[in-house]
Write a protein that binds this ligand. Structure first.
Ligand SMILES: *[C@@H]1O[C@H](CO)[C@@H](O)[C@H](O)[C@H]1NC(C)=O
Length: 593
């Protein structure tokens, strides 16, 4: 009896320990994905510069995008999906962090609106948190394949303080910078063209001056000191170096491919980029069928220079731009096929979007259209708060969870991804001030109204416009405090400079602000007046109050990452394979499937 009692006592003592051990084991099972109630996978696909009017399911009837359309018909299509900025660096920052870009110092104050050189020190601050970092903490395997454009180094080559690996992506393959015209010879330059010209002209002037003085001396016309000639000669060499090294070597410095922290191709071969990025994205999914993963597939398309992939060349009805669109669609189809064929469809949330609207100014007489089409919406890339630059496609497919063919017209933001992913990954840890909202209730049809009663539209760091979707109303009002000045005047964009700017003489301020109702006037062509809109005064008052409340949340101003000092190229920050400055390497592609 006594022994029995002792035994039962021992058992009684041991069992909580056992239970504890068991629960620990179960928890571990959860993380490795052996649990029934597994966390969902995320496949986020973002196209660069794609316009909302470029896609079939958003009303385009001449371009063929069956695979994107299929995602929409099998999932939820958002018709008022808004980028937080009309340019890549700030828009992508907001997307990744769930907050307006100026909260992390990634908003521009002047001419420089995006990062211009990989060898600059600006970028997504190491203190910022991305959705990838949050998911990583929840046991997710995370990867970025494709374009980053949020900086690399801070103080020396290889500190990788802004690198995707430091921002929650355990695997990175792709472009730490972006695809841009300088990557392909003969496509022209995208970076500080006016500065390049000024520097070249200065050098020419010096050369001419030097030769004239040499002639004068040789011919004995005047006494010219030898020292002056030597000094001038040095100055000429220096001036040449200043524009030649950062600008002429743009492809070597910026068109590179990295795998994790290693530069594996420099300069990159653009022709094979689409298939390599797709292959990497597919392989990442294949490697991770057994555990929850996040893949952010950030396409190099459809930014210029346009690809010339033979399988698509000349096939569309919209020239090379249309060919590239159809290639994008094919890639999206391959991604869906990969998810489906691995049996992951019901447990994978697939998302399709663009970082901002199409670039209207991008066209030439040879190729014709080179930038995206923004449908009925006014403006485009880099045009502040005009709808065409910020309203983008937004499609969510998740057969296990979301109804097929649903359409949501409510205002939503790319910044909503961050809280949505956190919610789905069951991350309830405290966080910073976010500007996005969990989209699941809206996507699942549990609520009818978006939580974005107000939305703020930035041009650089300047509050450009406010959107108001008043409770109980269909209207979506938008007030513009200022608008970009188009050049030449009257044109539908800034054709002289290729992008519009947000400050000084480049904008026109409106007092009272310009007011539109997007519900009745989606192309923002008929400003409302007190005579045409009974709620006119109330709208101005409500939006002004909302702007003030919003600005009160922006108290701790971070250091700007977009100052000249941080943007300009520095040799010691330049990612390089080999010995700087003799950088150069090619990816070995033998292992590729
Ligand atoms: C379809 O997209 C192409 C390519 O951007 C564009 O040129 C065309 O105008 C669009 N058509 C419609 C009906 O939106």
């Amino acid at each position: 009896m006594a022994t029995l009692k002792k035994q039962s006592k021992d058992v009684g003592y041991k069992s909580p320990l056992l239970a504890h051990l068991l629960s620990l084991l179960l928890a571990a099972g959860d993380v490795t994905g052996k649990e029934v109630d597994r966390k969902p996978n995320f496949v986020l696909m973002m196209v660069d510069d794609l316009g909302i009017g470029d896609v079939g399911c958003y009303g385009n009837d001449t371009v063929r995008t069956p695979n994107i359309d299929r995602l929409a018909s099998e999932g939820v299509k958002l018709t008022q999906h808004i980028a937080a900025a009309p340019l890549c660096t700030p828009s992508r920052t907001a997307f990744m962090t769930g907050r307006y870009a100026l909260r992390s110092g990634m908003g521009s104050t002047g001419h420089v609106q995006v990062l211009l050189f990989l060898g600059g020190s600006g970028g997504l601050p190491p203190s910022e948190t991305t959705f990838a970092k949050r998911l990583q903490q929840q046991g997710y395997t995370t990867s970025l394949v494709g374009k980053w454009h949020l900086g690399v180094n801070c103080e020396h080559r290889g500190d990788h303080c802004h690198h995707p690996n430091q921002h929650g992506f355990s695997y990175f393959y792709g472009l730490p910078f972006t695809l841009f015209n300088n990557c392909v010879p003969g496509e022209g330059s995208d970076v500080l063209v006016d500065l390049q010209h000024a520097l070249q002209n200065l050098t020419m002037l010096l050369v001419v001056g030097l030769f004239t003085l040499v002639c004068v001396r040789v011919c004995g016309l005047l006494e010219v000191s030898l020292w002056l000639l030597v000094a001038l000669w040095f100055l000429t060499i220096l001036a040449t170096a200043v524009w030649y090294i950062p600008f002429e070597l743009m492809p070597t410095w910026n068109c590179i491919i990295m795998r994790n922290q290693e530069v594996i191709e420099q300069p990159m071969t653009v022709e094979t980029l689409p298939q390599r990025l797709l292959g990497e994205a597919q392989n990442f999914i294949k490697r991770n069928v057994d555990r929850p993963f996040l893949l952010f597939f950030s396409l190099a398309h459809i930014h210029t220079p346009l690809f010339k992939t033979p399988a698509f060349a000349g096939k569309s009805r919209h020239g090379r731009y249309g060919d590239n669109l159809e290639e994008v669609d094919w890639i999206i189809g391959k991604m869906t096929e990969t998810v489906d064929s691995l049996g992951l469809a019901n447990n994978t949330l697939m998302y399709f979007t663009s970082d901002h609207g199409g670039h209207l100014e991008d066209a030439d007489s040879v190729i014709g259209q080179k930038g995206g089409w923004n449908s009925i919406y006014k403006g485009g890339k880099a045009m502040g708060g005009w709808e065409g630059g910020i309203r983008v496609p937004g499609i969510f497919r998740w057969p296990g969870r979301l109804a097929a063919g649903k359409v949501v017209d409510e205002p939503t933001s790319l910044m909503d991804l961050y809280p949505t992913l956190k919610y789905l990954a069951k991350d309830t840890q405290p966080d910073r001030q976010l500007d996005g909202y969990n989209l699941m209730p809206l996507l699942e049809g549990k609520v009818e109204r978006s939580e974005h009663q107000f939305m703020f539209h930035y041009c650089g760091i300047y509050l450009n416009a406010v959107r108001w979707h008043p409770p109980g109303s269909d209207s979506v009002f938008k007030v513009h405090f200022f608008t970009p000045n188009f050049s030449p005047p009257g044109a539908g964009g800034c054709y002289d400079t290729k992008v519009c700017l947000c400050h000084g003489e480049h904008v026109t301020h409106h007092n009272p602000p310009l007011l539109y109702d997007l519900f009745h006037d989606p192309s923002e062509s008929h400003p409302l007046t007190p005579d045409t809109e009974p709620r006119y005064a109330e709208i101005l008052e409500q939006t002004a109050k909302a702007a003030e409340r919003h600005q009160n949340t922006l108290t701790n101003k971070p250091h700007s990452q977009m100052t000249w000092d941080k943007i300009l190229w520095r040799p010691w920050l330049q990612p390089c394979c080999g010995t700087f400055p003799f950088c150069g390497c090619k990816e070995e592609t033998t292992h590729m499937s």
